[in-house]
Structures are given as C-alpha cells and as structure tokens.
Design a protein around this ligand. Structure first.
Ligand code: FAD
Length: 662
C-alpha cells in the first residue's frame, strides 16, 4: 500500500517559563489536521535540527527574558548565529517565520525574537510570513491567535514556492550534477501523538524526606545547584501603617555559598506552594486520601501529542503531595488553552458554556477582567466551577514549573563578610470576585510566615535570645553587566525607588569599604542616587545608611522624593532643608531626573558615564525610559527617533542597565 508522506516543516522554540514551548507544542499538535508534519525541537537541542542544510520552512517561537535576554535554552543558538565569521549568504536557502513573545512592561520588548530575525536576514534567510510580536502586557493571545490562524496557509505557500524554486533550479542549472532529493521523497517518521497519563501506586508509600508540605522547607529535588542557607536576621524596614511591608533578610552564607563577587548579582529563592492550597487542590481533585502515594508519570502508549515528554522538572518516585508542593506552579493564572481543556471535564451545562465563553475570542475582555487582571489562580477558578473535575494529568500538562523567585543582593561581602542581604515587599493580592479573601504573593508570603516570629521592628532593640531561624534554599544567578563600573573615575547614576534601591546599597557599600578606603588618593567619578517612596516617615528604606553615604562623600548626590506626603508638609520640610521649591514638587524619581536633566545628560552623553535602573518594571522603568528620551531630545535637539537610537546605543554599550521586575 502506498505510504502517504506529508510535507514537513521545522518548528523551533526558545522558552524561559514554558509559554513559547506550549504554543509550539500546540502548533505541532494540530499540524496533522492541516496535512503537515511539524518537527518540533527546543533550540538548545541542536543535534535534532540542522539549519545549515534545511530545505523546509522553519518556524521559530521565542520568548524574551530579563533585560531583553534570550531564554536560557536559546542562548547558545543566538550566540551561534551572531558569530561575525558567518557569511551573508549563510542562510540563503532558509525560509522562516517567527513569533516573538515579550512584555511591553519591560524594556527591549521581544528583543530575542528581534535579534534572531535581524541575524537571519543579515545571513540571507527569507521571511515567508510576517513576524508576530505578542505582548504579555496586554495578553499574548491578542497577537498569537490570529498569527497562528494565518500560519498554515503561509507554510503551505512557502512549501510550494520552495518546491517550485527547487524545480526551477534543478531544471535550469543543475545540468548533469546529481539531483538533490526533493523534500517529498524524504520519509517522515510519524510519531505517535503523545499525552501524559498518571497512575497512582495503590500502596501507600510515605515520602520519607519530603515531609508535610505545610511545614517542610526541604530542597526541591531538581537538578538545580541550590544551597541551603540559614536566615540570620529579619528586619522590617517600613514603619507604621505603610501600605507595603518591606523586609530585609540576612542570610548566613559563610559555609555554603561562594558569593564574593562585586555587587549587582541576584539569586533565586526556592519556595514551596502554600500548604493549605496544596491540601485544597488535593481535595478538589478528589486525591486527598492518596496524598502520600507515589506518582508515576509516563507517556501514554496511545498518546497523540507530538513532541510530548514527561516534564523534566518532575522527578521520578515522588509523592503526590511533593508534586503539588514543589514542582508545579499551582498559583498559575490559567491560559485560555487550559480553560478550553477544562470544558470537557465540566458536568454542568451552564458552567461549561461560561468556560467556553471565557476562552473564546469574543470572551477576551471577560477573560482579562475576571481571570488575567486579578491573577486568578487555577484553584480559585475551579471554585467558581464546582462541576469541573479535571484529572491530575491535565494539571501536569498545563501548569508550568514552579519557578524560584529572584532577588537582588542588597549588600557587599566586604561590608558583611559571610552574609547576604536582600530586601522585598510582601506582595498583596486583594480580594476580588473569584477570590473572597486577599492573599499574599507566593514567595514573599512564605518568607513572611517563616520569619514572622523573629521579625525585628524598626526602632526596637534586637533580642539576643531569639529562636533559631529557618533555612531556605537559594542558588546564584550571575548577572555579568549590572555592576558598578570597574574604572573608579567613571561617573554613574542609580535610579532605584522602593526595594529597587537594594543593589545600590551593595554598590555603595563596595565603594565605601573597598574602593575609597583602599584608594584614598584616587579620583572618583560622581555617584547619584534617585530614590523614591510614598512617605518620608514610613517607607524611606535605608534612610540612615543613605544619608551616611552622602555625608561621607561615597554618594555625591542623594535625590529623594515622596509620592504621597502632604504637599504642604513636604514643602515645609524641603524649605527647612534649604532646597528648592521645585524639588518639593517631585513625586516620582523621573521628576527628579528631569530636574537634573543637564547633569544627567552630561554624564551620559559627554562623560561616558552609566545609568542603572532597578525596581518596578510596569510603571517606573517605563517612565524613567520615557523621561531619559525627553531629556536627550531636549539636550541634543533631536527628534524621537534619534533619541531612541541614542538610548539604544547606551544600552548596547552597557551604559544603560536595568534590573527590573513586576
Ligand atoms: P507571586 O505569587 O509570584 O506573584 C507575583 C505577581 O504579583 C506578579 O506577576 C505581579 O503581577 C504581581 N506583583 C505585584 N507586586 C509585585 C512586586 N512588587 N514584585 C513582583 N510582582 C508583583 N523583588 C523584590 O521585592 N526585591 C528584589 O530585590 C527583587 N529582585 C529581583 C531581581 C530580578 C532579576 C527579578 C526578575 C525579580 C526580582 N524581584 C525582586 C521580584 C521577585 O522575584 C518576585 O517576583 C516578587 O518578590 C514576588 O514574588 P511572589 O512569589 O511573592 O509573588
């Protein structure tokens, strides 16, 4: 019987948190329905694809992480294609389409996708379908859904064009030379469609080292090189009834962590899901009785999902409790694809219809309003749909890996040998429809509960006999560029409102302890710090330390603004401090930057200085960026485009650096 061979295309993804991967897997899954075979592969598995020889269309789906960086599993690919030695016709034979995922709340939107695209074009590749730039800031699906709708026609068009180009080439130019094998003759290995099945062992096996989720802080059994360190001090930095609660934790890293690099690094904290939520989830899935059973996860023999694999972050032989406590992000905000999958496990017709509405194109506004914007978790969503009984396998398929949370080091190892400080706000999610009571952020809420019994409050003496503090698991995340300039004469500006001041405390401690003490005769570049908070007397973090840095000359200019202090009170205080009235009108860091526009632009544009921005990505970093752009426009008398180019150049030269989150 003749064997039908479907045309193939190559599908490559680079994914940090699993979104690009899950979109790529979705594409691979439905390819067959469109009469195509997708060869799905992660960009890091370069043994599975060969772009140098690829004659079929190639589809890239890539996200961007951090300060415009490629996801970890795309880093080597990006490095490879950026090599200057590659010739301009290196990818002349390649036809590609690209879907870039990003978030406009961060600078360098979709930078990884843009970098790959730029290089592919520089190396001669041809685009067969317009690039999609999906913005997580407004909902990826706004761009992803229509882009995917149009992809199939585009791939088929590319396939026929490539086939006719090849025929033309073979007829017209190949002459007697051995003919290239046409695509359609390459046998495609059709994989079974895969999906995940779970099976619980009927013997109740107590997971020896995993303990009870609600109390255990034992390390997750992942391949990550994490280290257990003790918390040696916990201090509340905010005072009174400040809206946000900022805490400083000191970790004792003397025996376990080699952290002696200059400040600027951040590190990951591994936190478990909340014990009560894990228990609720187990009950909701009807698996509470089996909580200590071991879970065996394998791919079903009849599975249909192309490229499916058991998630590598789920170790073998773990208990169900461990799986939900350490491996899956059960607070994840369900995507539309997850809602779609829940429909068939929902008994009640009205609830089924509502789920269908929420995941439909027309339901986007409702989805955003009720699910996405309030960050509704899966568990919260399930309680609104009591007749929905998803199997565990569906959760494993749709919930991403429980990610550790990064924090910026807020100390220099020279000032605090063997110790590592970090500062965070306890994140609060208010009650909303779908969430009867407010809840705290996962990691910050967990840390708060851990240290609450031993927390030291502002102005109160620390008791010497405080009870032993718990251990937490951390691992280093080196950041090679967010560092104070090594040339001491280079002036630099730090912008860090709220907890964004954290790395700058490390920068200044380093400068004070090492550089100024060791080189009293050296010429030091100016240092500026722009800090902002709500109230002078409530959340002015590190006030004393910053004022000391200013009086010692370590910090040349300390510019602070308060967004919620009463204007009159503010003006009085500022007048007392003999500063200008206009300074009193500054609410946010960007206003203060503008006020010192001349000095800032002078440092950046004439004196080869640097600017570091740290903290909230959603508002602050964007506003600071816009303000810098305005300042450059005014100072250089150039238009928006030229100002953008100047900022881009500063970024490229690593003189405009961001460490932002939110
Ligand atoms: P989750 O349960 O994960 O909820 C987070 C969600 O809450 C976000 O999706 C966002 O929508 C919302 N949210 C509301 N307020 C905040 C907020 N202030 N921060 C983050 N998300 C918020 N945080 C610090 O407080 N101090 C630091 O020094 C610090 N350094 C970081 C360095 C890097 C490189 C990165 C990427 C992030 C850093 N963060 C820092 C953010 C931190 O990793 C966590 O995201 C934050 O503490 C919330 O974690 P959570 O588990 O409590 O909240």
């Amino acid at each position: 019987m003749p064997c039908e061979v479907k045309p193939r295309f190559v599908l490559l993804y680079g994914s940090q948190k699993g979104q690009a991967q899950s979109i790529a897997e979705g594409v691979a899954e439905v390819a067959e329905e469109h009469g195509l075979v997708a060869e799905l592969s992660c960009l890091s598995h370069n043994e599975k694809y060969n772009l140098e020889k690829e004659k079929s269309p190639v589809v890239f789906i890539v996200s961007t992480t951090g300060d415009g960086e490629p996801p970890d599993n795309a880093l080597r690919f990006v490095r490879r294609i950026k090599k200057k030695t590659l010739s301009t016709d290196h990818y002349k034979h390649l036809s590609y389409a690209l879907l870039a995922l990003g978030d406009t709340n961060y600078a360098n939107f979709c930078n990884c996708g843009k970098t790959i695209e730029r290089r592919l074009q520089e190396l001669g590749a041809k685009q067969f379908y317009a690039t999609g730039y999906a913005d997580d800031g407004v909902g990826l699906e706004v761009v992803v859904d229509p882009w995917l709708d149009g992809l199939w026609k585009a791939i088929k068009g590319a396939l026929s064009k490539m086939a006719s180009d090849r025929t033309g080439y073979l007829k017209g130019e190949a002459g007697d030379s051995p003919q290239e094998t046409p695509d359609s003759s390459i046998p495609d290995v059709q994989l079974n469609l895969l999906s995940i099945a779970e099976r619980q062992n009927c013997e109740s096996v107590r997971a020896s080292s995993h303990g009870d989720a609600s109390v255990s802080t034992s390390a997750p059994e992942t391949k990550t090189k994490d280290t257990g360190v003790s918390i040696s001090r916990a201090v509340q930095l905010t005072r009174g009834d400040s809206v946000k609660m900022a805490l400083l934790l000191e970790l004792d890293i003397s025996v376990s962590l080699n952290f002696s690099k200059p400040p600027g690094d951040s590190f990951d904290v591994f936190c478990p899901n909340r014990g009560t939520e894990v228990e609720d989830m187990l009950r909701r899935l009807g698996l509470h009785e089996q909580r200590n059973h071991r879970v065996h996860i394998s791919l079903r023999k009849d599975n249909k999902k192309r490229g499916a694999q058991v998630p590598p972050y789920i170790p073998q032989n773990i208990s169900l409790l461990y799986l939900l406590t350490w491996c899956l992000e059960i607070r994840h905000v369900p995507k539309k694809a997850f809602l779609r999958a829940l429909v068939e496990h929902t008994g009640d017709a009205v609830q089924r219809r509502r789920l269908q509405e929420l995941c439909s194109k027309q339901g986007t506004a409702d989805y955003n309003l009720y699910v996405r914007d309030p960050s509704l978790s899966v568990l919260e969503l399930l309680s609104a749909f009591p007749s929905c009984m998803p199997p565990l396998s569906l959760l494993i398929e749709h919930l991403p890996k429980l990610q550790p949370r990064p924090y910026s080091a807020a100390s220099s190892c020279l000032r605090h040998p063997g110790k590592l400080h970090f500062v965070f706000n306890v994140v609060e999610f208010p009650a909303c429809s779908g969430r009867p009571a407010g809840r705290r952020g996962l990691c910050t809420g967990w840390l708060f509960d851990l240290i609450n019994p031993v927390l030291v409050f502002p102005g109160k003496a620390e008791s010497s006999g405080s009870p032993a503090l718990p251990k937490i698991h951390v691992s280093l995340r080196p950041n090679c560029s967010f560092r104070p300039p090594s040339d001491l004469s280079v002036p630099f500006i730090m912008v860090g409102p709220g907890t964004g001041v954290a790395p700058f405390i490390g920068f200044l401690q380093q400068r004070y302890e090492k550089e100024r003490q060791e080189n009293p005769e050296a010429t030091f570049g100016e240092t500026w710090l722009f800090f902002g908070c709500r109230h002078r007397n409530q959340d002015y973090l590190f006030r004393e330390e910053l004022e000391d840095f200013e009086s010692s000359g370590t910090l040349s200019h300390l510019k602070v603004c308060f967004s919620r202090d009463d204007q009159e009170e503010e003006e009085e205080e500022e007048a007392e401090a003999a500063t200008t009235i206009s300074a009193a009108r500054c609410k946010y860091v960007q206003h203060n930057l503008l006020l010192h526009s001349q000095q800032i632009t002078d440092i950046l544009l004439k004196r080869n200085g640097c600017i570091f921005v740290c903290g909230d990505a959603k508002n602050m970093a964007k506003d600071v960026n816009d303000t810098l752009m305005d300042m450059i426009k005014t100072e250089l008398q150039v238009d928006q485009l030229e100002a953008m180019k100047t900022l881009a150049r500063l970024r490229e030269e690593k003189r405009y650096l961001q460490d932002i989150w939110g």
